[in-house]
Design a binder for this molecule. Structure first.
Ligand code: OOG
Ligand code: MG
Length: 262
């Protein structure tokens, strides 16, 4: 760790305040260029602890930057991991208030719920598939707290990987009924197709993102508990939205997920 405990706590408050007050900040590595990967995750953990101390429940885990399209869009080469809180969950078909966000973008994500714990190291696609209870379609609304949505990997990890809102919808399906690699996803904004991809865009197989998460947590002595909701990462590049936009994502075999931005 390059940063001391006081600095970690101050940065957690700084980044979380930007989220809660919907104002942007400069990326924190500008001021702390020596920040390590452990520092970045320690800041994210401190943000999680702050939310939980205020009574917010952590309701899921997320993988980010797992598709080439997302990596290319953000200029980052390695996936990252974060969490989602109860207040970030929005109902299918609901209105999402952009006044509480900075510069939101939508992402189509294949999501899973586990029925058994997953622990790395050595977690692989087979182990993940055996632990999947069911598969769900989801849309994540990301909202980087960094100016102009520009960051490096350490800064975005400290910002809980831009987590902001998410919508889970459609119908749950058993994993054996699906081929997650060829599962097609079509994203529409205001009735026009704006992006499309198949599940394999996520590290060759969305379950590979979950294995990576289990291995990441395993290296830190943690596991993915049974019953976890996990978002495997955007299959296409993220699409900017603003008040007045309507978004529908159609997932092959999983139904569609829709929302409106107001
Ligand atoms: C980081 C979060 C990326 C995904 O699904 O790739 C993410 C960002 O692009 O702001 O959630
Ligand atoms: Mg995402």
């Amino acid at each position: 760790m390059a940063l001391d405990a006081v600095t970690i706590a101050q940065l957690a408050e700084h980044v979380e305040s930007a989220e809660l007050n919907a104002h942007d900040i400069t990326k924190i590595t500008d001021e702390y260029p020596a920040m390590s990967w452990d520092d970045a995750y320690a800041i994210q953990d401190a943000i999680r602890a702050r939310k939980e101390a205020r009574g917010h429940k952590t309701v899921g885990l997320k993988c980010g930057l797992t598709s080439r399209a997302k990596m290319k869009q953000m200029g980052v080469e390695v996936p990252c991991f974060g969490f989602v809180s109860d207040y970030m969950s929005c109902a299918e078909g609901s209105d999402i208030d952009t006044a509480r966000l900075i510069h939101p973008k939508v992402e189509a994500e294949i999501c899973i719920v586990t029925k058994a714990p997953l622990r790395g190291p050595g977690c692989h696609v087979g182990a993940v598939m055996a632990a999947v209870d069911f598969v769900l379609p989801g849309v994540e609304i990301i909202d980087s707290r960094y100016r102009d949505f520009k960051f490096d990997l350490k800064s975005v990890i400290a910002d809980n990987t831009s987590a902001s809102r998410f919508v889970v919808g459609g119908r749950p399906r058993n994993v054996e009924e699906l081929d997650l690699r060829t599962l097609g996803v079509v994203m529409e904004k205001n009735g026009r197709i704006v992006a499309m991809a198949a599940g394999a865009a996520v590290l060759g197989h969305p379950a590979a993102a979950v294995a990576m998460l289990a291995n990441h947590l395993g290296a830190r002595g943690q596991e993915i508990p049974a019953g976890s909701f996990i978002m495997t990462g955007g299959v296409t590049e993220a699409i900017a939205v603003q008040a007045g936009d309507q978004v529908t994502v159609r997932f092959q075999d999983l139904g569609s997920v829709a929302m409106r931005f107001v």
